[in-house]
Design a binder for this molecule. Structure first.
Ligand code: AR6
Length: 207
């Protein structure tokens, strides 16, 4: 069974989607955090001011994991758009910790924000790099008038970041920098990561 995401927009429009309330927290007076389980390629809110974050690699031309799924769902135009992103060094379009934006093409969201998390066993300061991915993704989102953004558990797959530590870094960074974005969602693939994220949110956000 697949999770059906429900947005305030579709609710207001009276669309007959099943309700998925998620787990809601407040990041700041005007910014909500929702933690959900599901497939990030299916997530959207309004198709015009929404973005999913792609946990990419520095070449930014696709790969496995969520990156592969996002490219398959977006269609080949996404890779063409990625090719056009300027290289900062030969072959490197997005250095670790930075973020870039493209359209979403066949995805239901308007935009994809590509960011590159640290390879846990290689990066000299994985915590700082992971913090940068969240922070810079939010900067790019705000620059592009994105109001709704969904993150996966960046670096917690192929890149090997321990997910309990990653959860604290993710939530505390969002708490600091998400103001100005209406809704920040986490769309998480596995039960253990979902539970770790809920635990971190309860510890860091509930009074
Ligand atoms: N929706 C939500 N989460 C997903 C999905 C999905 N469709 N698919 C996987 N995940 P990973 P990384 C989860 O490996 O660790 C790629 O090859 C997954 O279970 O996608 O940052 C890139 O090209 C895990 O919890 O990203 C890079 O080379 C989380 O998303 C490298 O992997 C992140 O896992 C990046 O590695």
């Amino acid at each position: 069974s697949s999770v059906i995401f429900m947005s305030s927009t579709s609710a207001a429009a009276g669309m007959s989607t099943a309700s998925f309330d998620g787990n809601r927290f407040q990041l700041s007076p005007s910014s909500v955090l929702k933690i959900e389980k599901g497939d990030i390629t299916q997530w959207f809110v309004d198709g015009s001011s929404d973005a999913i974050v792609n946990p990419a690699n520095e070449r930014m031309l696709g790969g496995g994991g969520a990156d592969g799924a996002i490219h398959r769902a977006a269609g080949p135009e996404l890779k063409e758009a990625c090719y056009k992103v300027l290289e900062v060094r030969p072959g490197i379009r997005c250095p670790t910790g930075e973020a870039r934006i493209t359209p979403g093409f066949k995805l239901p969201v308007s935009h994809v924000i590509h960011t590159v998390g640290p390879i846990y066993d290689v990066d000299p300061n994985p915590k700082a790099s992971l913090t940068n991915t969240y922070r810079n993704s939010l900067v790019v989102a705000k620059d592009n008038k994105i109001q709704y953004i969904a993150f996966p558990a960046i670096s917690c797959g192929v890149y090997g970041y321990p997910y309990e530590e990653a959860a604290s870094v993710a939530i505390s960074t969002l708490k600091e920098f998400a103001d100005g974005i209406k809704e920040v969602h986490f769309v998480l693939f596995s039960d253990d990561i979902y539970e770790a994220w809920l635990k971190a949110a309860k510890e860091l956000l509930q009074v």
